[in-house]
Design a protein around this ligand. Structure first.
Ligand SMILES: Cc1cc2nc3c(=O)[nH]c(=O)nc-3n(C[C@H](O)[C@H](O)[C@H](O)COP(=O)(O)OP(=O)(O)OC[C@H]3O[C@@H](n4cnc5c(N)ncnc54)[C@H](O)[C@@H]3O)c2cc1C
Length: 415
């Protein structure tokens, strides 16, 4: 079969590699000059930088990890235990906050424990803000959960649904919280993403490049038009193909192919946010991520690239990428040094690089389900044009789930 794949991110490349192995003729069309999509890496002055956010790998799906290690052997990866912290009232509190209440000042801790014990009474609310208050109680919700989520989504929490976060957010029970208080032992290991792999050399780009080996990829490719003819799907003036797999963001599709008005409206109504990351040098640290819930600072999170592999930057140095949600803005060293961006205590030294990501996080607003169901139902009518990936299916998916979905899709094609 001749198959075209739109987008050379993790989803498109995984599908392409598996289809190639199945004997199909595959071409990947990528608009950018480089491949990898959100999972890219570059080095600036010898400092490792994943410009769309540090990309670590972990999965509860053994089939995914086995597949990755079959392409890039395990000894090429650094295995790390997450050491995430929350910058709260000038202190570094262990992650997750709910299991580290013993590290708070006494009055804060008492409020949080008291409210958590009384939480989860009455009916479970359907909107995210009320759900945070309902699930964690006002103590934890108002100090940490609500301000942090307001920053990372930059979208009214009362207009978001709650289904998306299962498996994404740590949701400890009251019993686990009480145990952690009594034993003063945050049980982080039980939480999602508590251990992970990251390539020793070359950043996450080296995984992407390994997957892409042998695949026919047309980069810098501008898709102007896709039409279906009697002989198959035609992209621009290329040879017809039997099948298209699209991993590009859904809002790109109405620009290049005819779609019914209702589906165009559903697509237009999908919500997302954008991200700026700024790479900076700093003193060496073993913190992997730092969450910054306070609205005093614009950045909500710092991902320390230097904690992912010992080869991320010059010895004895550290580097991190701070993240800010919102529209694109000019990044200057003066901008980052403002006190309102990052806590001074982090020891920020120099801006090294920055990048804007238009499509960062899918926002699961209250219209999300209806919009996405209509879109999926429409595309399901013709199985020669299939949707795949984080933005192709508009779903909060990490790389492992993108790979898993690609595996399932290719299996269905090979049947
Ligand atoms: C800040 C942040 C941090 C993250 N951290 C992690 C992490 O630590 N671990 C993890 O597993 N996952 C992480 N993720 C999620 C991860 O990035 C995604 O799951 C994965 O990279 C999505 O791959 P994809 O191929 O589906 O989409 P993308 O990576 O978006 O790929 C789509 C491709 O399509 C191309 N494209 C777009 N429009 C067109 C067009 N018109 N024509 C042709 N090509 C086009 C794009 O250039 C891109 O290459 C993170 C995401 C973000 C935003």
């Amino acid at each position: 079969m001749r198959i075209a794949i739109l987008g050379a991110g993790v989803s498109g490349l995984t599908a392409a590699r598996l289809l190639l192995k199945g004997g199909h003729e595959v071409t990947v069309y990528e608009k950018n000059h480089t491949i990898g999509g959100l999972a890219r890496t570059r080095f600036t002055d010898g400092y490792l930088y994943d410009p769309h956010g540090g990309h670590i790998l972990n999965s509860k799906h053994k089939v995914v990890m086995d597949w990755v290690f079959s392409i890039m052997p395990k000894d090429m990866w650094q295995f790390t235990e997450r050491n995430a912290k929350i910058f709260f009232n000038g202190k570094y509190i262990s992650y997750p906050f709910e299991l580290s209440l013993c590290e708070l000042d006494t009055e804060d801790a008492i409020d949080c424990v008291h409210d958590f014990i009384l939480a989860q009474a009455g009916e479970e609310p359907g909107n995210f803000r009320d759900w945070l208050l309902w699930n964690f109680g006002a103590g934890i919700a108002n100090r940490y959960m609500i301000p942090y989520n307001e920053k990372i989504w930059a979208y009214p929490l009362e207009q978001m649904e709650t289904q998306w976060m299962r498996g994404k957010m740590p949701l400890p029970t009251k019993k686990e919280m009480i145990r952690s208080m009594l034993l003063k032992n945050p049980r982080e290991r039980k939480m999602p993403h508590s251990t992970f792999y990251y390539p020793l050399h070359g950043g996450i780009q080296s995984m992407v490049d390994a997957i892409a080996k042998g695949i026919n990829i047309k980069t810098d490719y501008d898709i102007e038009r896709i039409v279906k003819s009697d002989s198959g799907w035609i992209i621009n003036n290329e040879m017809p193909v039997d099948r298209i797999i699209s991993t590009i963001p859904l809002p790109e599709l109405p620009k290049i192919m005819p779609l019914p008005d209702l589906i165009c409206r559903n697509i237009q109504d999908l919500k997302y946010n954008s991200l700026t990351t700024i790479l900076f040098s700093c003193p060496e640290t073993n913190i992997t991520w730092l969450y910054i819930p306070s609205h005093e600072y614009r950045s909500h999170r710092v991902g320390y690239q230097s904690a992912l592999t010992p080869y991320a930057c010059p010895k004895g140095e550290g580097c991190g990428a701070l993240e800010i949600i919102g529209p694109q803005f000019d990044v200057s060293p003066e901008f980052v040094k403002q006190k309102s961006i990052l806590p001074e205590e982090l020891g920020f030294r120099e801006v090294l690089d920055s990048e804007f990501t238009k499509y960062a996080y899918v926002i699961h607003d209250l219209n999300y389900r209806e919009n996405i169901e209509n879109i999926k139902t429409y595309f399901a009518r013709d199985d020669t044009f299939q949707l795949l990936g984080r933005w192709g299916t508009w779903n909060y998916k990490n790389m492992d789930l993108c790979m898993l979905d690609a595996m399932i899709l290719v299996k269905s094609i090979n049947k």
